[in-house]
Write a protein that binds this ligand. Structure first.
Ligand SMILES: [Zn+2]
Length: 78
């Protein structure tokens, strides 16, 4: 489930050459290089989107934990 969020891409534009770049959600905030002009690109993204995706990631982590807990408990029961 985590991977679904991590592999979601958003479109950004290189401020230098206006090349459109696909950025994976997990790479938001990291330094990236434009594949066309090799200049550093700091992904320009909607802050709300980042907040939302981080929140989504957290809930997936929590869901993951709950599932693991459940599995452990199930092993105890059976
Ligand atoms: Zn560029």
């Amino acid at each position: 489930m985590k991977n679904i969020i991590d592999d979601t891409s958003i479109n950004s534009v290189c401020p230098s050459c206006k090349n459109s770049i696909k950025i994976k959600v997990k790479d938001i905030g990291k330094n990236m290089t434009c594949p066309k002009c090799s200049k550093n690109v700091l992904p320009e993204v909607d802050n709300d989107f980042v907040k939302e995706s981080e929140r989504a990631k957290k809930s997936f982590d929590e869901l993951d934990k709950t599932l693991k807990d459940f599995k452990e408990r199930k092993d105890d029961l059976f």
